[in-house]
Ligand binder design. Structure first.
Ligand SMILES: *[C@@H]1O[C@H](CO)[C@@H](O)[C@H](O)[C@H]1NC(C)=O
Ligand SMILES: *[C@@H]1O[C@H](CO)[C@@H](O)[C@H](O)[C@H]1NC(C)=O
Ligand SMILES: *[C@@H]1O[C@H](CO)[C@@H](O)[C@H](O)[C@H]1NC(C)=O
Length: 362
């Protein structure tokens, strides 16, 4: 039976994400190549072009000594963002988000190995196979290497561009993002006076929550043992409250979640002084954040980083008009390996699609 032909039943289940924010986000373009329609995301290499920062002058250059001609592009850009913040009222805040996708995980390798249709409708619902584990997948050696490329690139930018390094570091609680942030930022020689690498682990920065076991996080205790000195945000549950192996977050529900987490990052107590912010997350979640801040679609390869200049503005809203929840859907899957010779998933006739989990998880 063809799984893709089944209409997913709408469940009355509501995303457990609430607070709507009355903050409006927009991407300020004209600064990064990634904002330009002429830039092809599939071939873009952030390490080859100074993170994508466009060579140009800024209005704020005029106030600098010699119009800032002794400064690097990144130094002048930082000054420009500071100036935008200074000129803006108290209800407007500009931040540069460095959105980093984790390096290749075992689930990425397995999806390539089995092919996407078979991966989605069977293999991804298992913890792994006899030789690889992909529930809350760890980085493959290639994935570690991609994070080390990001590390070396940051170090080069610190040395050559005297780039302002992040004032805050936020990380998704999944193992692959924790590892990626660690390999990227541990051991960097940061500029004098910059914020130390003390990441905060945030639940809502996790990947799109599907029935795949790679979206199921480990316990808080496990994460604490892995990175004892990192801060886990207040209210973080011991066990995963969002993944259940049956229902999936829709993109509407995910955008609500992304709006909520952005509301925790913008207008925080540190305010406008925290201008550069690192966020280590996932392709689906970064896609959702880009969507919420009005950036064009820009898919990142594993291990890639995209900087985005975001303007956040507090606005008066009619509370009743704000959408605060969206339903999740069920997604049927096979109970044995599918027939994989077609583009859509087909379960063998002996295995009617079900919505019950194949594994109980940790
Ligand atoms: C910016 O200018 C430098 C030389 O000053 C050049 O090496 C670099 O490729 C230019 N970058 C972009 C993105 O055009
Ligand atoms: C398990 O999956 C991995 C892909 O992640 C693949 O390389 C390996 O060959 C698979 N093992 C078996 C026994 O099929
Ligand atoms: C964190 O990164 C450091 C530096 O690359 C490495 O030595 C260490 O093994 C990493 N820790 C974990 C738990 O991955």
């Amino acid at each position: 039976m063809k799984v893709s032909a089944l209409t997913p039943a709408l469940l009355g289940l509501v995303a457990s994400v609430q607070a709507a924010s009355s903050i409006e986000y927009s991407t300020v373009s004209g600064y990064f190549l990634q904002d330009e329609t002429a830039t092809d995301p599939s071939t873009f290499d952030y390490t080859a072009v100074n993170f994508g920062l466009i060579n140009r002058t800024y209005p704020a250059d005029q106030k600098l000594k010699h119009n800032g001609k002794d400064l690097t592009q990144w130094e002048r850009f930082y000054n420009q963002v500071q100036e935008l913040n200074k000129k803006a009222g108290k209800d407007v805040e500009y931040k540069v988000l460095f959105l980093g996708r984790h390096g290749e995980g075992y689930h990425n390798a397995a999806e390539s190995f089995y092919g996407t249709p078979a991966w989605n409708c069977y293999w991804a619902e298992l913890d792994g196979n006899s030789t690889a584990t992909w529930s809350d997948a760890a980085l493959t050696p290639n994935g570690v290497n991609q994070a080390l490329i990001a590390h070396d690139f940051w170090q080069k930018e610190i040395k050559e561009q005297r780039i302002h390094t992040p004032d805050n570091y936020y990380v998704s609680p999944l193992t692959r993002t924790l590892q990626t942030a660690n390999y990227t930022f541990t051991g960097l020689q940061l500029p004098h006076g910059s914020a130390p690498f003390k990441p905060v682990i945030k639940e809502l920065l996790r990947e799109s929550i599907s029935i795949h076991t790679c979206d199921h996080r480990h316990s808080k205790t496990y994460i604490k043992d892995l990175f004892p000195s990192w801060r886990i945000e207040d209210g973080f549950a011991e066990n995963d409250q969002l993944w259940n192996g049956v229902t999936e977050e829709t993109s509407a529900a995910q955008d609500i979640r992304s709006t909520t987490v952005l509301g925790e990052i913008f207008f925080s107590s540190s305010g406008k002084d925290d201008t550069f912010v690192s966020v280590t997350s996932h392709s689906g979640e970064i896609g959702s954040i880009l969507d919420v801040v009005g950036h064009r679609t820009f898919s990142l390869n594993t291990g890639a980083v995209i900087p985005v200049l975001v303007k956040a503005e507090k606005v008066e809203t009619n509370a009743r008009a704000v959408v605060t929840s969206a339903t999740w859907t069920v997604n049927p899957h096979c109970t044995v390996p599918p027939v994989t010779s077609v583009s859509a998933c087909v379960c063998p006739s002996s295995a009617a699609p079900v919505t019950t989990p194949l594994v109980t998880g940790f």
